[in-house]
Design a protein around this ligand. Structure first.
Ligand SMILES: [Zn+2]
Length: 442
């Protein structure tokens, strides 16, 4: 998979490794898919030199919650107002997907995200209506070169949950045998548990126990009150379980998650525009739970993690300022511990924390020698880098359109502004054809 030794030369390297820090005029040497060396003026005569003048070199972004199959429905959910609206107008279109549609949707979504600098995604696939649906998605994942945790959805059709459970779990076991458990495989298998909204805790326990017996990472939607507490009571919490959204979470529940080293996936644009509470992001971080970020459903959110970074920072700042106002500390004044949120902190949500949340903390998230070479090279536009901390540039000034190059496991997936080994005309035609098939010409 790798392309031998590559030397990214003379960029502003944001390693996010506390010991290495930021390096201006820095180089990154890649060998056999991994980062070999990071520093200034690295000498590697046999390496292919890739100039990074005027660019930021940063860890690839990690999306911990993405429903890739919904990519052909982009825009369809834009004016959705509440969960019932989503459940009646967007989700039922799942029936129009067969295995080929799952393949095409997943392929186009993964490339869209890769193009935007997302080197790793957790594909929460809650449209496994048949085994062939899952196989279709996995076929796409094997082709894109993106690193993925394919979270096999246990929620098929709601009225067949019980009768289908054992056969679904048997399919998961077969896929696990095929994909293996090597953490550095680009395509890994996980389990997306049935939401407690649709199933009793006993059924979720059967799924979780089965997934854990195979060592699969687990994830679960959290939409209603006290779900973390119910999972705790059932003895199901663990660092291998990634709750998603958790907008109603209490501080007591956050402490339970912190005690077992858990993360949460916050899908900021999706949740905020849906009127959900965003205070859990900052509260989770303060409580010692790892916040991570995701896009959620492409039917109403672009698979763009730069947009999530900026939205998250702004919402956390607004929430914190509102709290200060309520406490009578107005006008705002800086003091020890406030402001809490920084660009660097938010960037860590989408890199360091995301890696830990999917069990790859030792392999991804920072530009540390020995780790996988999952890297984004970010241009700095017409006028170059801003003053001060380069993470401010990444979070506030850059957009996904500045993504110049993307490497996954040391292999260029995008280079010089263009996806590698992808027929772009064919991709556009596939996306248009699929969209027309799923939602008509709307
Ligand atoms: Zn979701």
């Amino acid at each position: 998979m790798s392309e031998g030794r590559i030397l990214l030369k003379n960029g502003t390297v944001v390693t996010l490794d506390p010991e290495l820090g930021d390096i201006s005029g820095g180089d990154v040497l890649i060998n056999d898919g991994r980062i070999e060396q990071v520093g200034q003026e690295i000498n590697a005569p046999d390496a292919e030199v890739v100039p990074a003048d005027g660019m930021v070199i940063m860890p690839g972004l990690i999306d911990t919650h993405l429903h890739m199959w919904q990519h052909p429905m982009r825009g369809l959910g834009q004016d959705v107002w509440g969960f019932d609206d989503y459940s009646s107008r967007v989700f039922p279109l799942r029936e129009r997907f067969g295995p080929q549609e799952m393949y095409e949707a997943t392929y186009t979504c993964a490339l869209d995200a890769l193009n935007n600098g997302t080197t790793t995604a957790l594909d929460f696939c809650h449209n496994v209506l048949t085994e062939e649906h899952a196989e279709g998605s996995l076929r796409a994942h094997r082709e894109t070169g993106q690193r993925v945790l394919f979270a096999y959805g246990m929620l098929g059709r709601e009225d067949r949950l019980v009768e289908e459970r054992q056969s679904r779990l048997a399919h998961v076991a077969r896929l696990h045998n095929e994909l293996g458990s090597d953490k550095t495989n680009l395509v890994r298998l996980g389990l997306a548990l049935t939401t407690l909204t649709f199933a009793p805790i006993e059924d979720v326990r059967v799924e979780a126990d089965f997934g854990r017996s195979l060592g699969l990472p687990l994830t679960i939607h959290q939409n209603i009150h006290a779900e973390v507490f119910r999972l705790h009571e059932a003895g199901l919490l663990g660092s291998d379980l990634l709750p998603v959204h958790s907008n109603n979470i209490t501080d007591a529940e956050l402490r339970l998650l912190a005690s077992c080293g858990c993360a949460i996936s916050f899908t900021t644009e999706s949740e905020h525009s849906g009127g959900l509470q965003m205070s859990p992001v900052g509260r989770a971080d303060r409580a010692g739970v790892l916040p991570t970020l995701g896009v959620d459903a492409p039917s109403f959110t672009d698979p763009d993690m730069f947009a999530q970074l900026r939205a998250t920072y702004n919402i956390m700042r607004a929430t914190e300022a509102q709290f200060e106002r309520q406490e009578g500390r107005w006008p705002l004044r800086r003091y020890e511990g406030s402001p809490y949120v920084t660009s660097r902190r938010v960037l860590e949500y989408a890199t360091v924390n995301g890696a830990k949340a999917i069990g790859l903390g030792d392999e991804l998230g920072t530009l540390t020698p020995g780790k996988q070479a999952d890297i984004v090279m970010l241009g700095t536009g017409l006028t170059g880098l801003i003053a001060g901390d380069p993470t401010n540039y990444i979070v506030h000034y850059a957009t996904s359109r500045d993504v110049d190059s993307v490497l996954v496991a040391g292999r260029f997936r995008k280079r010089g502004g263009r996806l590698v080994d992808v027929d772009l005309d064919k991709l556009a035609a596939t996306a248009a054809g699929l969209r027309s098939k799923i939602i008509g010409d709307a």
